[in-house]
Design a protein around this ligand. Structure first.
Ligand SMILES: [Zn+2]
Length: 67
């Protein structure tokens, strides 16, 4: 018997890889790897801004949806 997956595949907010289980931020998902990366990043790291920008986008779109 074929197992049907009704769950929509979700992708990581940062790396855009498929995520099975991760950190949910509003309507988006952060994979475990990126979550760990984010925690390790220092503010002086160039990637830090990339992460923060992505998160801002998520929050901004969620705010628009709420209006
Ligand atoms: Zn990721």
């Amino acid at each position: 018997m074929e197992r049907r997956e009704n769950v929509e595949q979700e992708y990581c907010l940062i790396c855009e890889r498929p995520v099975e289980e991760g950190l949910r931020i509003l309507a988006s998902l952060l994979c475990r790897e990126c979550e760990q990366e984010l925690l390790k990043l220092s503010v002086s790291d160039p990637r830090y801004n990339l992460y923060v920008d992505k998160l801002k986008d998520v929050i901004a779109s969620a705010c628009q949806a709420a209006n």
